[in-house]
Design a protein around this ligand. Structure first.
Ligand SMILES: [Fe+2]
Length: 284
């Protein structure tokens, strides 16, 4: 029997990391939201809740379960997970409704900025013998008018073959399967990695308890997370999925769009699969 103790991934550890990561972004700018808008948004949110309570005759016992659960979500550090899984997809839809270029989708809670900078053709940081089917993800970053974008970058992060993200699960090297790829002067890039696995969002915390209580499932389809950007253009945050993969049709986070489904073929070098996907960026 191995004397190496493998630390288990837990919702609380992952949630704590996601909460700390979100705080470090300092994206919350409460002072920029005016009083009238706060009044409108919060009043309408509460009115919707009041309506649900009346229509479904919510009991004190149910109210107390809700209160207890809400307290526990905070203690588990799972607010980033809860919000990104069940609300972010609509925020993203509204934010990007006028884009002409590539479709975006949710960022999710597992992005970390400033991943290692890599050349236009590169292999993501990975362990020796990293498990999983080899994948070459290649393409070009262009403007909506078709111009190849010199100076473009493609940030990529994804789960490993067991469905875990570096910096959020134990026992994974820092920056494993994460990188910032600088495209060449024609916007071209080629990223060698492995195919990520589908994964369940953590099931041992408050979000998992909600899923079990409601009789839902916790699965996300396998996906690559990406951010593509270039000078003078709007950054796009997106995810790409794999045709025929499990849970492409019933993603717990409702983040799949038809335009975001890849269909890789056999790799030209005979090792695994490869796929081409071009990013089209709107002008800033
Ligand atoms: Fe993900």
């Amino acid at each position: 029997m191995s004397d190496i103790i493998t630390e288990q991934a837990t919702a609380a550890a992952s949630g704590t990391a996601a909460t700390e990561q979100f705080r470090s972004k300092q994206r919350t700018q409460a002072a920029d939201v005016d009083t009238k808008r706060v009044d409108t948004l919060v009043s309408e949110l509460l009115a919707a809740a009041h309506d649900i309570i009346r229509r479904h005759k919510v009991t004190y016992a149910e109210y107390d379960v809700l209160k207890s659960w809400l307290i526990q979500v905070g203690e588990d550090g799972e607010w980033p997970l809860f919000l990104d899984v069940w609300l972010e997809h609509v925020v993203e839809e509204v934010a990007n409704e006028n884009r002409e270029g590539s479709k975006g989708t949710i960022e999710g809670p597992y992005y970390i900025p400033d991943a290692p900078i890599l050349a236009a053709e590169a292999t993501l940081p990975m362990r020796d013998g990293e498990e999983g089917t080899a994948l070459l993800f290649q393409g070009q970053v262009r403007s909506v008018d078709g111009t190849p974008l010199s100076g473009a970058t493609v940030e990529i992060w994804h789960a490993d073959n067991d469905g875990y993200y570096s910096q959020f699960a134990p026992n994974l090297p820092e920056w494993n399967l994460r990188g910032t790829v600088v495209a060449d002067d024609r916007g071209n890039f080629g990223i060698h990695t492995i195919e990520p696995a589908p994964y369940q969002i953590p099931t041992d915390g408050s979000c998992g308890r909600l899923i079990a209580a409601a009789g839902w499932h916790a699965w996300r389809p396998a996906h690559l997370h990406l951010k593509a950007s270039a000078p003078g253009h709007q950054l796009i945050t997106t995810q790409l999925y794999f045709k025929g993969g499990s849970h492409v049709a019933d993603d717990i986070a409702s983040a799949v769009k038809p335009e975001l489904i890849l269909d890789p073929g056999p790799a030209a070098d005979g090792d695994g699969r490869e796929v081409t996907y071009d990013f089209v960026l709107d002008k800033a």
